[in-house]
Design a protein around this ligand. Structure first.
Ligand SMILES: C[S@@+](CC[C@H](N)C(=O)[O-])C[C@H]1O[C@@H](n2cnc3c(N)ncnc32)[C@H](O)[C@@H]1O
Length: 286
């Protein structure tokens, strides 16, 4: 079988699955298996493919048909111009989260210019938020915490892949690794994209998210707001005076999270929408 025939077979099989772009996906999958650039597939469509690659290709396509995320198959996802490794057990970084990072970058530019500042990312996942800031702000001192081993190991691998040295990761429950005088009012910025989906929405979730990504990264208690309540309350001892607390939020959580922050005494609370006018970021000052 030649490359073009195999690609067409894959396109036929993927045609009916939701959220897929069959033409692109089959090329990404085959180029990854052959360890070639996508352009190779266009140039050499008449080349024979080995039996082993054909079998692997078919098994990856079957996984995709069952809803397994493309990023887990390919093992990578692009975020803020960085190629991040992704793997099962860790949330795949989303385009939505780039809105939070862009908000932070504007804030950092305005408040610190090129000067040093400290930032803590709660729930690091693949390291998407913390590594973007560490890379784009070389003078930053970035810290991160996650409760689970898989994200911690992956974020550390991503830091090494990117050749960064200004991020430090800890294992623990929210602020628990930062006990002691040293960390008191230490951070200029605390940021988090916590688990925020209400437990009750589990069933409705599209199979791609619900079935394959870790529940520990997704669900935030009965109303989805548990982590916002805890982080907002606990952050106060760790943020400097007028330090920034910034969150990614679910599309309908702007009012509820703003309210939580105001009740805890945060000021200048703002909600920022995404390009489709859905709530995406809430931030305020300690
Ligand atoms: C929605 S994911 C965000 C991952 C990453 N920051 C991103 O934006 O792609 C939430 C993360 O919080 C972590 N997490 C869940 N409970 C936690 C806890 N109690 N303390 C610290 N991290 C926690 C999860 O393991 C997961 O990596």
């Amino acid at each position: 079988m030649v490359i073009d025939q195999l690609l067409n077979e894959g396109i036929e099989n993927l045609r009916n699955i939701q959220y897929s772009n069959p033409q692109l996906e089959v090329r990404l999958i085959l180029s990854r298996l052959l360890e070639v650039d996508k352009s190779y597939l266009y140039a050499y469509g008449d080349r024979e493919v080995s039996e082993q690659i054909i079998q692997e290709f078919r098994s990856w396509i079957q996984k995709r048909v069952a809803g397994y995320p493309l990023q887990y198959l390919l093992g990578t996802q692009e975020f803020m111009g960085m190629e991040l490794e992704v793997s099962e057990g860790v949330l795949i970084p989303r385009g939505d989260t780039e809105i939070l990072v862009e908000y932070l970058l504007d804030y950092i530019r305005e408040n610190f210019g090129d000067d040093e500042f400290t930032l803590l990312d709660i729930g690091i996942g693949s390291g998407a938020i913390s590594l973007a800031i560490a890379k784009l702000c070389p003078k930053s001192k970035v810290y991160g915490v996650d409760f689970y081993d898989k994200p911690l190991a992956l974020a550390k691998r991503n830091m090494e892949r990117l050749g960064l040295h200004n991020a430090t990761y800890f294992k623990g429950d929210l602020f628990s690794p930062f006990e002691g005088e040293h960390w008191s009012e230490y951070f200029n910025i605390v940021v988090s994209n916590p688990p925020y989906i209400p437990e009750g929405d589990k069933k409705e979730l599209q199979s791609e998210v619900g079935g394959f990504e870790p529940e520990t990264a997704l669900f935030g208690g009965k109303d989805g707001l548990d982590f916002y309540r805890r982080i907002t309350q606990e952050s106060k001892g760790y943020l400097k005076k007028r330090g920034l607390l910034a969150y990614e939020i679910g599309h309908d959580q702007g009012d509820a999270v703003s309210e939580i922050m105001r009740k805890e005494g945060f000021g200048d609370v703002i909600v920022k929408d995404d390009l489709e006018s859905r709530n995406r970021v809430v931030a305020g000052k300690a």
